[in-house]
Ligand binder design. Sequence first.
Ligand code: PMP
Length: 420
Amino acid sequence: RGFTGSLAYRERARQVLARGVSSSPRASQLPVAIVQASASGCRVTDVDGNEYLDYALGYGPLLLGHSPRPVIDAVRAELERGLRTGGVTSGEAELAERVAACLPSAEVTTFLSSGTEAVQLALRIARSHTGRHRVVKFRGHYHGWSDGMHVSNAPGSDALTTDGQDPLAVRNVISLDWGDLDGLHAVLDDTVAAVITEAAAVNAGCFEPDPGFLEGLREATERHGSLLVFDEVITGFRLGLAGAQGRYGVTPDLTVLGKVLGGGLPISAVTGSARAMEPVSSGRVLHRGTYNGNPVSVAAGNACLRYLSERADELYPDMERRGERLTDGIREAAARASAPLAVNRVGTCLQFFVSDRPLERLSDLVGLDKDATLAFSELLVERGVMTLPRGLMYLSVEHTDADIDTTIGAFESALGAFAG
Ligand code: PMP
């Protein structure tokens, strides 16, 4: 495989485009710095003509793959009606109805453009509701890149995440270890407006919640009058039509959605019961944004959720089964090669780590050498399998059993090269 076209583009782009990309993670070494020329289903072709089985899937939104006919047709039809950016358009209520039909916690919804923004709105709603100002989050969980939430993103760390971040913005954020209910009980008081969590820790490396943990969060927040916020930007419509809350049977006050909600176009949402959403419904909490609920993204979202709703009984179990086959296949290949490769899975989200010790809980990641996993992802790219460089993989409805077999073969070959 040659990468001269991608490398030449990166050289050119760096002259005029800061770091050559438009989002920091895309600047990682191969695989994601590959310049994509076209994509179809779960396959991407780069500017050098190399083809990849894509498990990066645009960082998660492309559950229906790169070219879902219903979404693309709906977007085309919507474009023919003119852009109408910033106007009120009739698809918005339909999308809110679809969200309410899918999620146990959803009655009233409001739309934004990115997950980062939607998290901010959810926390603002929680502060308005409670008249309190502090927020509890968990180490290793990612809730977007705003000054106020871009903290303690690594397990075992309470650090700010970027140069230039306002240190005062995180003054009211309390970071705890995920699973630590005793720690939570110790900090919950009448200053805590919200507890926010990824309901399954996908960004940190695909860890399921400990049995009883989400129930414990629900009970403790209710008792202390704080709002429980599930950040389902990744898990919404991916771990099932009802997301992580449906999978684990725990209903939060507010849910943040993004990614799959738009079928690949930018849209996010905050949703909850009519009571939980009252600060926005009443106008007490301001919610602004030129592109909020833009008709093209809304049309894509409606087409995506219609497609998923009509086929949920068949699609989700099929994807789950393929996820399990892929996980088992990689584990068996690693065992045969006596290679230190661990795999975690939550539904259609997989994470491989180069690690010679078991990684059963998020806190087991403290001190893990991330470079070895990055190097392994590069070996996979050379073999036509694209993952996120940190070892996270998403499945789509387009990945077939034959694709899974091909992928396991690529892992086997990469393991051989890794050992050598
Ligand atoms: N929350 C979670 C759980 C996410 O995974 C992400 C994005 N990876 C975000 C929030 C931020 O979403 P966005 O990139 O759309 O701002």
